[in-house]
Design a protein around this ligand. Structure first.
Ligand SMILES: C[S@@+](CC[C@H](N)C(=O)[O-])C[C@H]1O[C@@H](n2cnc3c(N)ncnc32)[C@H](O)[C@@H]1O
Length: 277
């Protein structure tokens, strides 16, 4: 028989006031124990829903490797399952987007035979689509972690939008720093300049978190990216460099001519906007 403990992993969204889903609220209320990695306002909101809330923020510490902090978080989340309790772990944004401890907790709980479910939340990327007016259907959209993007030979497509997460961690090889290394930012800009013009706009985006805040939407030319200051909430957005090229070879294989294609709403929109956002 499966052991009685149960794990629910939820996302609280980016804005504590409005993004917490009913589903997540219900799970948070019903849980025997709640662990969370959220801002102070969201923590207060969670405490209104359940008085057995424990913040995992104290697993982080300056100078401590983030991987050690994450491992400790997973241990803390999983421990009460052995007592047959329903544990709810809450992470800001979407719990499955750039949150290793959330995925690891679900994996480990399941492999120990517990029921473990992850529920989606509103991520920073969702807010970016809304605030920057980007529809990924228009040109496609690629999302990478900034350091991962820089260190690997990626075959990405500059005719689609590009989102780079966590620029603040650029150069943080020890995984214990809280600031990006300017040399890494310069090299990132040089690497991007192999596929984009040097004046290509890069938006530094930070979704508003608190009710009176406004989103940070700061545009800089690629060649001046090193002048920008990143925070823990910065995400980079690059619009496509040019429209995608229709494949003559695929049209031929499909037995159709370019003139046979009736432009859909997205193609018309792309033409009207000169093909890039
Ligand atoms: C560890 S990830 C967590 C992402 C989160 N789980 C989500 O669903 O959005 C942290 C990265 O998310 C992005 N991020 C977090 N808060 C943000 C915000 N308010 N606006 C824009 N991006 C944000 C940044 O790229 C940041 O470095």
């Amino acid at each position: 028989m499966a052991p009685g403990g149960r794990l629910s992993v939820v996302g609280t969204g980016i804005r504590p006031g409005g993004h917490l889903s009913r589903e997540a609220q219900h799970l948070l209320q019903a849980a025997d124990r709640v662990f969370c990695v959220v801002d102070g306002l969201t923590l207060e909101r969670l405490r209104e829903l359940n008085d057995r809330v424990e913040s995992l923020q104290d697993s982080y510490a300056r100078g401590r490797r983030r991987d050690d902090s994450y491992a400790e978080m997973v241990r803390r989340i999983l421990a009460p399952l052995a007592e047959g309790l329903h544990v709810c772990a809450a992470f800001y944004g979407h719990p499955g987007v750039f949150v290793w401890p959330a995925h690891e907790a679900v994996r480990r709980a399941r492999s120990a035979g517990y029921r473990a479910v992850m529920y989606p939340g509103i991520s920073a990327e969702d807010c970016l689509f809304a605030d920057l007016g980007v529809d990924p259907a228009l040109n496609g959209c690629q999302s990478f972690e900034a350091t991962d993007f820089l260190l690997h030979e990626r075959r990405f497509d500059a005719t689609a939008a590009l989102i780079l997460w966590q620029p603040i961690t650029l150069g943080d090889l020890g995984r214990d720093a809280f600031e990006s290394d300017p040399r890494w930012v310069r090299v990132l800009a040089e690497v991007l300049a192999e596929d984009y013009p040097r004046d290509h706009p890069v938006t530094v985006y930070e979704a508003a978190v608190f009710p009176l805040d406004e989103a940070r939407i700061e545009q800089v030319p690629l060649e001046r990216l090193h002048e920008v200051r990143f925070t823990q909430a910065s995400t980079l957005y690059l619009p496509p460099r040019a429209p995608p090229v229709l494949s003559a070879e695929r049209l031929r294989r499909l037995g159709i001519a370019e003139s046979d294609l009736t432009p859909g709403a997205y193609q018309l929109h792309r033409q009207a906007r000169g093909s890039t956002e």
